[in-house]
Design a protein around this ligand. Structure first.
Ligand code: FE2
Length: 387
């Protein structure tokens, strides 16, 4: 290993059953007074948001503003709304409770609090001028990894695509990972978000920008996620769910420092066009991008197979590498992930989906060069394989 690399992790991670109860005091200790709780209406209805708002108000010294308008695939208009409220209330800290949507919205609000304007002004890498106000990320799904990444993905409602804002200044200052917050997560959400996390780990490990530390995180995350995902979906085993929460965060550290790849290029195109859950889009496309990529990095795919639990000792490297592809296909089947057709993709949209995928910011990070025709072929294969 002679290549130069840089690895960053500006987020302090706190993990444990009940650890959420320490969030209020941490904010008080940091001298914060006006906190905005960024979440969605589903988490309020499920009583999860309350588990955090109560620890904030119990301190007796924090004013809490609730912003519960986060939607799946969060929009630029929602970020703008949140920012205007935050600005008018003099918010000095943000607490994001939820999946990637809540965390990315909170990051977006933070960006506007330090820079003003609209979120599109900050599209790309390194455009954020200063560190955003203290952000505490509290994941309630097992997928996004957004609690440890420097990226926010926001939907541009004018041009109907997902824009990415990347900067170390938007990384959460703290991530609180409390397995109790995912104890009641419905199996379908565990499956979808868990597959998102697995995609992060596999793509992060094989991305062109991968380095030894992201390799270590990626492989361990693959092992942790694949060992626990079925159990976490089909039982309410808190250990399995806690391990998934951990796995998705470690996968976040991996891809946050390397990148994702062609799988995400395609899933983000699907999310932009159909507003479908990000994790389902990833789960559907993951076997296809793996099948496309494995000849380009056979050794890494063989190690992925081992991390996925395949007994690779007697296989050739090529056999082992392909076993990783088959393993993920079986996993999708076991988790009853829908097909591309079942989620409503249409043949006449494939051209546009392929074009958008080829323009995605992460396309150059894919380990095998992929252009519009390659993405089109992968979408077509997925349509033909549809049940
Ligand atoms: Fe993702």
């Amino acid at each position: 290993m002679l290549n130069n690399f840089e690895f960053m992790l500006p987020t302090t991670i706190r993990y444990g059953v009940g650890i959420r109860k320490e969030i209020g005091q941490a904010l008080v200790d940091a001298g914060k007074k006006n906190v905005m709780l960024v979440t969605d209406k589903g988490l309020i209805a499920a009583g999860i948001a309350e588990k955090i708002s109560s620890v904030l108000t119990e301190t007796g010294s924090l004013a809490v503003t609730l912003f519960d308008q986060v939607e799946p695939n969060p929009r630029d208009t929602t970020v703008q709304k949140g920012y205007e409220i935050a600005k008018s209330k003099g918010i000095d800290a943000l607490v994001a409770v939820g999946g990637g949507s809540s965390m990315d919205t909170a990051k977006g609000i933070g960006v506007l609090l330090v820079g003003g304007g609209v979120i599109k002004d900050y599209e790309g890498l390194g455009k954020v001028p200063a560190k955003i106000p203290t952000l505490i990320a509290v994941p309630t799904t097992v997928g996004t990894g957004s609690e440890v990444t420097f990226w926010a993905v926001i939907k541009d409602t004018k041009e109907n695509y997902k824009l990415s804002v990347g900067s170390p200044f938007i990384a959460p200052e703290f991530a609180y990972l409390d397995p109790e917050l995912v104890a009641t997560l419905p199996p379908s959400i565990i499956a979808a978000t868990g597959m998102d996390a697995l995609t992060h780990a596999i793509e992060g490990y094989t991305a062109t920008l991968a380095e030894p530390i992201t390799d270590a995180c990626g492989l361990y995350a693959i092992e942790l996620i694949s060992k626990n995902l079925r159990n976490a979906v089909y039982s309410d085993d808190l250990t399995a769910r806690g391990n998934l929460l951990l796995g998705s965060m470690i996968a976040g550290i991996c891809f946050g420092n390397s990148d994702v790849g062609g799988g995400h290029c395609m899933s983000e195109s699907l999310g932009g066009l159909y507003d479908m859950p990000h994790g389902i889009a990833n789960a559907i496309m993951l076997p296809y991008i793996m099948e496309y990529n494995y000849p380009a990095c056979m050794e890494k795919f063989a190690r992925i197979a081992a991390a996925l639990g395949e007994r690779v000792e007697r296989m050739s490297e090529r056999e082992a590498a392909y076993a990783a592809v088959e393993n993920v296909r079986k996993l999708n089947k076991d988790l009853e992930i829908q097909s591309l057709k079942e989620v409503g993709a249409k043949l006449e949209d494939l051209d546009e989906l392929a074009e958008r995928s080829a323009k995605n910011v992460s396309v150059d990070s894919n380990p095998r060069k992929a252009g519009k025709d390659d993405f089109y072929a992968m979408f077509m294969k997925a349509m033909n394989d549809a049940r």
